[in-house]
Design a protein around this ligand. Structure first.
Ligand code: KG4
Ligand code: ZN
Length: 353
């Protein structure tokens, strides 16, 4: 197992990431190039621009990952690459690179599902984490509760009926005039620390639905209305706001966060109930994806898990947000079980992908 070495490539959204990981879970390198400047300027990801940014840096990012791991392509056992879900223009940049390396060096290739990678990276972090386990995956585009019964065998217990929690964090952050670098969520988390979480009475979504699904569109609207009723000028960045205005914004941030996370707590409580009926041996709840890097989220879900006699596995923030390690690791998990594609032809035309 220690002899397996996999290169992972991730380009599904706005980060270009690559990493080299060993079969025993040792991270030999991890490199990430983010489009923070583009995000700041445009307040979001525009696919065509993101694709160009990926294309510009992909070769360097992969080269650095190999250099920092002190190896060359020849030492690799396989190349893993995210094939979806994500922006197809962006995914293609990573897939093209992966196929080019795999073709030139006669390496098998493992296509990786981005959300599976968010979940499975928890098994690199916590070697005790065996199947079956429960996973809450929270990111900019997805909100999933999944019962992971075995590798490749997942039962979806809940998903969002509209927006994901990360999207709600990002919109709220933008309306409050926060920096969109690093996606807005972490800036909102910081501002929320200054605010009173009880000051604005937002209602918890989907109370009447006794299932494990999520909804954040309504909460976004509630936030929007609160911002309008408090006459906050959403065009003024937070650093130029008056101290009174800043504290109003902090109150909204804190109140939003409390309710957004309460929704997660309620759904997790129910999912634990459901999951234990299907798989009574479950011991762990994995919480992963960009929003799982939030300390308030981690603390609150830690409480839920403890109350139900389970253990929480939440990867360190760098492995919660998009990264190459999770892709390499998921590649390793599948490769070990013989699930991979044969090397592509060495002379494959570039525009094949
Ligand atoms: O998993 P991820 O890096 O990319 C996707 O697959 O979407 O997640 C990105 C999301 C963004 O919405 C970002 O605002 C959010 O994760 N995020 C956070 C925090 N850090 C990143 N949300 C709340 N608190 C944070 N500290
Ligand atoms: Zn992600």
């Amino acid at each position: 197992d220690n002899d397996i070495v996999v290169l992972g490539i991730e380009t599904s959204c706005d980060d270009t990431a690559a990493a080299v990981v060993r079969g025993n879970g040792e991270i030999l390198s991890q490199v990430i190039s983010s489009q923070a400047d583009l995000l700041e300027r445009y307040g979001g990801v525009a696919p065509k621009m993101a694709e160009e940014a990926h294309s510009q840096v992909i070769d360097q990012v992969v080269q650095r990952a190999l250099d920092e791991a002190n190896l060359t392509e020849k030492h690799l056992s396989a190349v893993a690459v995210t094939i979806g879900p994500g922006l197809s223009l962006c995914l293609r940049v990573g897939v093209r690179k992966a196929r080019q390396i795999a073709g030139s060096f006669n390496l098998p290739i493992v296509g990786v599902h981005h959300m599976e990678a968010h979940a499975l990276v928890a098994r690199l972090v916590e070697m005790e984490l065996q199947f079956p386990f429960l996973a809450l995956l929270i990111s900019g585009g997805h909100n999933l509760l999944v019962l992971a019964r075995d590798l490749g065998h997942y039962v979806q217990l809940g998903t969002t009926i509209d927006d994901a929690i990360g999207e709600a964090y990002d919109k709220t952050a933008r309306w409050l005039g926060l920096s969109m670098r690093r996606g807005g969520g972490s800036a909102l988390e910081e501002l929320a620390r200054e605010g009173n979480a009880q000051s604005v009475k937002f209602s918890v979504p989907m109370k009447q639905h006794k299932d494990c699904n999520f909804s954040y569109a309504g909460l976004k609207t509630q936030v929007r209305l609160a911002i309008e009723s408090k006459k906050i000028d959403t065009e003024t960045p937070i650093f130029s706001a008056s101290s009174q205005d800043r504290s109003l914004r902090a109150d909204i941030a804190a109140s939003f966060q409390r309710v957004a996370v309460l929704h997660l707590e309620e759904r997790c409580e129910r999912a634990i109930d459901w999951a234990l009926k299907i798989e009574p041996s479950i011991k762990f709840l994995v919480v992963s994806g960009g929003v799982a890097s939030n300390q308030y989220v981690r603390t609150r879900l830690g409480e839920v898990v403890k109350k139900n006699g389970l253990q929480l596995v939440c990867p360190p923030p760098k492995l919660c947000t998009d990264n190459g390690v999770m892709v390499a690791w998921t590649g390793i998990e599948h490769f070990r079980k013989g699930r991979f594609d044969l090397p592509p032809p060495a002379d494959e035309p570039e525009d094949f992908v």
